[in-house]
Design a protein around this ligand. Structure first.
Ligand SMILES: *Cc1c(COP(=O)(O)O)cnc(C)c1O
Length: 430
């Protein structure tokens, strides 16, 4: 048979807008959606143009199962250099002995650690999901909860913070092989040094999942878990502001087990275009400008928490040590779901979240999780976050003027443009 040359030629040279206007239009609409609302989802960020470029690059064409210098495919000499750079930069950024940068996402990073050191049925102790943990820390319907015997510690009812004496008591009772610290909705410092003492006392290994606060660690404004842990896992797309992906750091003694657990244990070929983007992300994260950005993320989170408290709302733990603020709505008539909907009408994007000891189910929830990394990335400062807090306070009143509130949010967006100069996708032709 003969290929229809003209059409084939077009497919081989045309850009997305020409080949698939439907998707190009949707990408353009998603860009405008991101530009036109205030992003307060604590796990999201707007990555760098340089990272977007790497994610859309040609190593997506390359199979490279294995590791640099030990691949199962030919033609890996260039991608070996990419992965080596990413590994070296991760190690130097976080002061780690070994880095594996192949995890497709945060969940796979955690899976790699579990596969490296646990057998099915082994006991693990982690922060419970409804107190701020993560589904990969032993939720029953997640692989972690199905494969391993997870037990959970929570936060104290009085302080809403991890009570390290309780963790120790629980660890003595459970005798876990691994203790997991870190989570997705914990606004305070994760004190890995104290978890280390507990792990030491019960003979457990220690893993910190710093998916949320890795950017703060890179900038030196959250204590690093690396010196205290056998393994540290992370995403690259949250505070770290890189591509949607994960990575694992560990002590040299675990390097071989970790690498084998990742491949061939749980993944096939690595996504080397994404690994190239991770390398760029680690390079950026080592700069003074990145540290300044993280300091602004922190200052904005303090401003947001203070503004909500001044407006009469409860903030879990009374504030934050990180980028994350948990609005506790139990003293109000709002559910998390209703508040999420109202804020959405006002062009503020948030997610409902259970608070510890919540009596509502997760789909309804009694809290809203907020974060400052994304809005800070588009240039929001403390003044802007005073206004954000004020919009939230005004929005969660019975007689809120939605149109006026939306106007205030749009004014902030106009003043702080996202990806200025980026022309979008609808006009792109290679
Ligand atoms: C986000 C997150 C993950 C999972 O990351 P994905 O990239 O969504 O798989 C794992 N652990 C914690 C604590 C997280 O916050």
């Amino acid at each position: 048979m003969a290929i229809a040359q003209e059409t084939f030629e077009q497919l081989r040279t045309a850009g997305l807008a020409e080949i698939d206007p439907d998707i190009a239009e949707l990408l353009g609409r998603e860009l405008e959606r991101q530009r036109g609302q205030i992003e307060l989802i604590a796990s999201e960020n707007f990555t760098w143009p340089s990272v977007l470029e790497a994610v859309g690059s040609v190593p997506t064409n390359k199979y490279a199962e294995g590791y640099p210098g030990k691949r199962y495919y030919g033609g890996c000499e260039v991608v070996d250099e990419i992965e080596d750079l990413a590994r070296e930069r991760a190690k130097s950024l976080f002061g780690a002995e070994h880095a594996n940068v192949q995890a497709h996402a945060g969940a796979q990073a955690n899976m790699a650690v579990y596969f490296a050191i646990l057998n099915p049925g082994d006991r693990v102790l982690g922060l419970s999901l409804d107190h701020g943990g993560h589904l990969t820390h032993g939720l029953k319907v997640n692989f972690s909860g199905k494969l391993y015997e997870f037990h959970h510690y929570g936060v104290s009812r009085e302080t809403m913070r991890v009570d390290y004496d309780e963790v120790l008591a629980k660890a003595k009772e459970v005798r876990p092989k691994l203790i997991v610290c870190g989570g997705s909705a914990y606004p305070r410092t994760v004190e890995a040094d104290r978890f280390r003492e507990i792990a030491h006392e019960v003979g457990a290994m220690l893993m910190c999942d710093m998916a949320h606060f890795a950017g703060l660690v890179a900038a030196g404004i959250h204590p690093s878990p690396v010196p205290h842990c056998d393994f540290v896992t992370s995403t690259t797309h949250k505070t770290l502001a890189g591509p949607r992906a994960g990575f694992v750091l560990c002590r040299a003694e675990h390097a071989q087990a970790l690498d084998r657990a990742n491949f061939p244990g749980e993944q096939g070929g690595p996504l080397l275009h994404t690994i190239a983007a991770k390398a760029a992300c680690f390079k950026i994260a080592a700069t003074d400008a990145f540290r300044d950005y993280q300091l602004q993320v922190r200052a904005n989170a303090d401003t947001l928490a203070a503004g909500l408290i001044d407006g009469g709302f409860d903030v879990l733990t009374g504030g934050t040590d990180t980028h994350l603020v948990q609005l506790d709505l139990r003293a109000t008539e709002w559910t998390g779901a209703a508040a999420e909907g109202r804020l959405d009408e006002c062009k503020l994007t948030v997610n409902r979240n259970t608070v510890p000891f919540d009596e509502r189910p997760p789909m309804v929830a009694s809290g809203v999780r907020l974060g400052t990394p994304a809005a800070t990335m588009r240039g929001f400062d403390e003044d802007d976050f005073r206004e954000v807090a004020s919009i939230i306070v005004d929005a969660l009143q019975d007689e809120a003027d939605i149109a006026a509130l939306r106007g205030r949010a749009e004014a902030l967006c106009d003043r702080r443009p996202l990806y200025p100069g980026f022309r979008g996708y609808t006009t792109y032709v290679a």
